[in-house]
Design a protein around this ligand. Structure first.
Ligand SMILES: Nc1ncnc2c1ncn2[C@@H]1O[C@H](COP(=O)(O)OP(=O)(O)O)[C@@H](O)[C@H]1O
Ligand SMILES: [Mg+2]
Length: 362
């Protein structure tokens, strides 16, 4: 009956006119859209032009001899079964799909931390290959749980589709769990990056995270491993530590040495060319921003930003502060020390000691 239909129609009209008056409703960018925005452009490279572009000389790269060196067994393994390349793996045409071919070689290995092996690409970018880790590692704390609760937010549609596809291929529960873990770790890396990128966008270098397929040459058939990877510009520059006159480690207990290695700091401004006073001031200002962010994350989110002296680079020849490693840890995983009840203060004190050695007040 027309009389009865009238109210419902007008209700529907009201809703639709409300909807139309805000054309952006339903189009509010999601976490991933924001994160990926501009990344393809920023990390784009044209192979034709790369041929003519000068590679950054290896001497200009940050060096951490300790981190670069591996033990005898690892060296032997790398020699016998060298990494040959990495692909991005995603899901298209109802199956796995490989793109973003990244050629690698033993000579291009430039460093590693606790979580990644880093290789320089033939163009001026790096690819970081996730090391295999146990779920019990301290990296997988509260943010990892957050990713697990809402994977659609942190993984792209095709990544979720790939995860489901790969999980269906196996009959083993343990293999399915392993796949689940690797995809969650990918989401976690993105979330770490995002937290810092949104706070100090100009200091955090653009980084694209993806699920990778790492291929090693072996005498029989190539060995293939699924592992989260990321790609970012290669930074010519030096670790904070390399700018110091004395690279002496402060004596601490073994745990602190692993998580918060402390160095006696004395900034040598002339070590890699003369840094002007205005450049030094800019570095000091940026350091203070990093301190503010570290405090904010510790106080508001109970997260410790892993900002030790190997995770900050001062670029050459411009002398700019850049951050390229974005790991955040739950604060309760650190035992409070007598001198520092708040673990983030270890990092902050170190940076402050560093700024003091600039002697800007003289
Ligand atoms: N973009 C980059 N440019 C040049 N060197 C890099 C870059 N990213 C990492 N490295 C080198 O690789 C090392 C390990 O990388 P990092 O991202 O800190 O890995 P992890 O998360 O395992 O600590 C760094 O300390 C640095 O020497
Ligand atoms: Mg690191």
């Amino acid at each position: 009956m027309p009389e009865k239909e009238e109210p419902s129609r007008s209700f529907r009209e009201r809703i639709s006119s409300l909807w139309n008056s805000y054309p952006n409703w339903g189009k509010i960018p999601q976490f991933l859209d924001l994160l990926e925005k501009g990344l393809d452009k920023e990390l784009f490279h044209d192979p034709e032009k790369d041929e003519n572009r000068k590679p950054i000389p290896i001497e200009d790269l940050p060096v951490d001899e300790v981190l670069r060196q591996s033990g005898f067994l690892r060296n032997f393994y790398e020699w016998a079964f060298p990494v040959s390349h990495v692909f991005r793996i995603t899901h298209r045409y109802s199956r796995e799909y490989l793109d973003n071919f990244l050629p690698l070689s033993k000579e291009d290995y430039i460093g590693r931390g606790s979580y990644k092996f880093v290789y320089k690409l033939p163009w001026n970018q790096v690819v970081k290959i996730g090391k295999s880790k146990l779920p019990s590692d301290s990296l997988f704390g509260s943010l990892y749980k957050e990713v697990g609760r809402d994977m659609e937010k942190y993984l792209k549609k095709e990544e979720i589709a790939l995860k489901n596809y790969l999980q269906k291929q196996t009959i083993f529960e343990s293999k399915r769990d392993e796949i689940e873990f690797k995809f969650k770790r990918l989401g976690l890396e993105r979330l770490h990056y995002w937290k810092l990128k949104s706070l100090i966008p100009d200091l955090v270098i653009p980084t694209r995270f993806f699920m990778g397929l790492k291929v090693r040459k072996t005498p029989l058939s190539p060995s293939v491993t699924l592992t989260p990877c990321d790609q970012q510009p290669l930074l010519p520059g030096k670790h904070l530590k390399e700018f110091t006159t004395r690279n002496e480690k402060v004596d601490q207990n073994a745990i602190l040495n692993k998580f918060f290695p402390k160095w006696k700091l004395n900034f040598d401004t002339h070590r890699f060319g003369i840094i002007s006073r205005s450049k030094l001031k800019k570095i000091a200002v940026d350091f203070n921003r990093v301190i503010e962010v570290t405090k904010f994350l510790a106080e508001e989110e109970k997260l410790i930003f892993d900002v030790h002296s190997e995770n900050i680079i001062i670029t050459l020849p411009d002398f700019e502060l850049k951050i390229f490693d974005f790991h955040l840890f739950d604060d309760y995983l650190y035992e409070p020390s007598m001198e520092n009840p708040n673990p983030e203060m270890d990092h902050i004190n170190l940076i402050e000691e560093f700024i003091r050695s600039f002697e800007l007040d003289k």
